[in-house]
Write a protein that binds this ligand. Sequence first.
Ligand SMILES: Nc1ncnc2c1ncn2[C@@H]1O[C@H](COP(=O)(O)OP(=O)(O)OP(=O)(O)O)[C@@H](O)[C@H]1O
Length: 348
Amino acid sequence: MVSTSGSTLFPLPLSRGYSRSGLFSSVIASNLSNSWISSQKKIVCACMTPSRNVSDGLSSYKLTDSPYTRILNSVEEPESDSDVLIECKNVYKSFGEKHILRGVSFKIRHGEAVGIIGPSGTGKSTILKIIAGLLAPDKGEVYVQGKKREGLISDEEISISGLRIGLVFQSAALFDSLTVRENVGFLLYENSKMSDEQISELVTETLAAVGLKGVEDRLPSELSGGMKKRVALARSIIFDTTKDTVEPEVLLYDEPTAGLDPIASTVVEDLIRSVHIKGEDALGKSGKVASYVVVTHQHSTIRRAVDRLIFLYEGKIVWEGLTDEFTTSTNPIVQQFASGSLDGPIKY
Ligand SMILES: Nc1ncnc2c1ncn2[C@@H]1O[C@H](COP(=O)(O)OP(=O)(O)OP(=O)(O)O)[C@@H](O)[C@H]1O
């Protein structure tokens, strides 16, 4: 996980010299290291994996509105890549002597809900950070809407790609000394021309969309773990309503249900669905998130929140398929992982 001293948010073009009060600047300074701040300008990214069952052969795809509905019982990918938001091509990443990613390739298409699963330490969070532009691959490329990303995230890239990429961290990573309203509206307070009243209204509306009411003036310490995750989600889906166009958005969730009880997990899983363009939020409006990628270990999250899975093991994709196919796969790695057995190719 990205270490942020318990405080961070995405997407985040951090303050560019303008701050409507000293409050946010001082909070950032007290919460985040300079190197972290300078690395967090803004995320623009979207990856989607073609549903390909590497070891089992591709089974039927049933995704409604998916390009894969056209290629039932075929290992071929859709002919057109016009809906590909993010592509990772042969990505390698090492940390010192540890070779974490060893040639990872996949695409994320518009409208997809993708899960990345696999044993601990196989590089799932690392691939999210590479997609988000927080880490650079040692080798290989990341394409955002067909445009190759050079280096890490930058302001230039934002305007070129026109795709907003949000990363929702495992810990809700809220600013402890800011209220819920200030946390959710943070980017708008820092970067938009919206008035405080407009932002406050929008924050209330966005919180309602994730099923939270009357918590605007609370501090994060006054919220339960599940509520904090919902606040973090609200923060990642709030948009500047004074802009003419709303950028398409890809959200990357890193273990969004880790540490939650089963019911709180269900709430968060449904929330993830509801803010997707195929879902409907608590206010009955369709969601704005074009595609999302979830890294998770939770079976309930796999079943409930994603349509397609990518299985990462020892730095490579060893299996891809629909969520339904996960438990019936004949791939011994997948079978062992799905059953939680100690016997099998995965060694601990
Ligand atoms: N910045 C870093 N410096 C050194 N090693 C790192 C760094 N980031 C990750 N690693 C190492 O890379 C490996 C993969 O980490 P990563 O967090 O991507 O795994 P993961 O699959 O998400 O694991 P988990 O399921 O346990 O969260 C781990 O061994 C981790 O210690």
